[in-house]
Design a protein around this ligand. Structure first.
Ligand code: ARG
Length: 473
């Protein structure tokens, strides 16, 4: 959709608010204050809101049934024109609201001029943003769910694949890859809760607040709320037109979700590096280098990590936008749209591409296993073995530290020592020690809710499938 930047047929007197002014607004100011270039994106919800408002105006007898019918017809035609890309957006008409209203009046005459009775652009735009955001949250929730399902499938395939678990990016203890992936399932679950919770506060109707104080017409706000599927009406007119906390909340939830995906991306990038060699990402999500023929770069996770910055940036932008505003509406709020649109676009496409990418990951289980064998990952298991035989934990920690030191010097893992060599560190050690020194023994022993044992991972996956409404496999 393009915007007509100046239209000689449109004179100052035609501006919706021009009656009070003695000179036309400067051309540069017109461009500076206009929002139609970006807020035309709200056209569909703007019309949806107007249709509900008109229906209420008719039902309460504020305008005639004939006017309502004309408005309905006119707006329906306008929506069709907009969606066909045949609507002429005029910069002189400032924003999406005035563009549509002007076109309506051109089409149906005075009835079009009656649509704005008992309403202001202030409560109109607040309603539009909420309606639009509602749809975005619904799409976000299905995007999260699709990503969770992709995670579950990968975790299912690797419920007993062993990799090193890290703390400080140093090998810590063996974990199952499925368990590692299920950590992200949990994070996404909390993200979904946050969006669903924000939805409750988004889904209230500002219309009826008018410019700031309400209106003297006998309106029925509950009817409008019901027609538009809002859970209720905003209870204070000044608050209704001015606060954008619901949008900031959405952005905050988006920032947290992107933070999670950025962490995941960082891991995918590391794992795909030949130094790790844990995974490969399908070629369709990677690019090469124009100079180094051997390169295959994990562009998608890198961009997710990068785009997280812009979502954080928009959150700071919106918070800052609000902080100095006195009640009630101020034009500052027009600046809420571009960041919000960008957050929504970034978030939704990221969720979609991420789910696809997870399905394009191949896992090198042998490399994961080898890495777990190289880092004395079962040292804690040896300490626990001694504790179970009566040694105090601090002493056991010390014994194992000496064994690890010897292992480092000799270049061998604990499981590669002979029984006699191990007994030199503690006489409590017996032949059954090798059961706990194996990677499989180590992960299988962490068999409680939240633990890394394959049995627990499979249970967690089954529960997750149930929670997402999937039939058990
Ligand atoms: N384009 C404006 C916005 O986005 C619409 C509301 C304008 N209201 C006003 N009184 N100028 O906030």
């Amino acid at each position: 959709m393009t915007t007509q930047h100046s239209n000689s047929s449109l004179h100052q007197k035609d501006q919706a608010w021009s009656g009070r002014f003695n000179e036309p607004v400067a051309e540069l100011v017109k461009r500076y204050t206009a929002s139609v270039d970006f807020d035309q994106r709200l056209a569909r919800v703007d019309i949806q809101g107007s249709l509900a408002h008109a229906t209420m105006l008719g039902a309460t007898g504020i305008i005639s049934a004939q006017d309502v019918a004309d408005i309905q017809r006119g707006l329906t035609e306008i929506l069709a024109d907009i969606e066909a890309g045949q609507f002429e957006w005029l910069l002189d008409l400032e924003d999406v609201h005035l563009n549509i209203e002007r076109r309506l009046t051109e089409k149906i005459g005075d009835a079009g001029k009656r649509l704005h009775t008992g309403r202001s652009r202030n409560d109109q735009v607040a309603t539009d943003v909420r309606l639009w955001l509602r749809g975005v949250v619904e799409d976000t929730l299905s995007g999260i769910r699709a990503l969770q399902l992709a995670l579950l499938d990968l975790a299912d395939a690797h419920a007993d694949t062993i990799m090193p678990g890290f703390t400080h990016l140093q090998v810590a203890q063996p974990v199952t890859f499925g368990h590692h992936l299920m950590a992200y399932y949990e994070m996404l679950g909390r993200d979904a809760e946050r969006f669903a919770d924000a939805y409750k506060r988004i889904n209230r109707l500002p219309l009826g607040a008018a410019a700031l104080a309400g209106t003297s017409y006998p309106i029925d706000r509950h009817m409008v709320a019901q027609l538009l599927g809002f859970d209720g009406v905003c209870q204070n007119s000044l608050d209704a037109v001015s606060d954008r906390d619901f949008a900031i909340e959405f952005n905050a939830a988006a920032a947290l979700l992107m933070m999670h995906l950025s962490r995941f991306s960082e891991e995918l990038i590391l794992w795909m590096s030949p130094r790790f060699g844990f995974i490969d990402i399908a070629d369709r999500f990677c690019t090469g280098s124009s100079i180094m023929p051997q390169k295959k770069n994990p562009d998608v996770p890198e961009l997710v990590r990068g785009k997280t910055g812009r979502v954080y940036g928009h959150l700071m932008g919106l918070l800052t936008l609000m902080k100095g505003q006195p009640l009630a509406y101020n034009k500052d709020n027009q600046e809420d749209k571009e960041p919000l649109f960008d957050v929504a676009d970034t978030l939704l496409v990221t969720l979609q591409i991420y789910a696809d990418m997870l399905r394009g990951i191949t896992v090198n289980s042998a490399r994961m296993r080898q890495a777990a064998l190289e880092g004395f990952a079962t040292a804690t298991d040896l300490a626990d073995y001694l504790v179970k035989r009566g040694m105090p934990f601090r002493d056991a920690h010390e014994v194992v530290a000496h064994a690890v030191k010897a292992g480092v010097a000799q270049g061998r893992d604990l499981a590669e020592f002979s029984l006699e060599a191990l007994q030199a560190f503690s006489t409590m050690i017996e032949a059954d020690v090798f059961e706990v020194l194996t990677l499989e023994g180590s992960v299988a022993s962490r068999n409680h809710v939240g633990g890394t044992a394959p049995q627990q991972v499979k249970q967690a996956i089954a529960q997750a499938r149930l929670a997402l409404g999937q039939k058990p496999a």
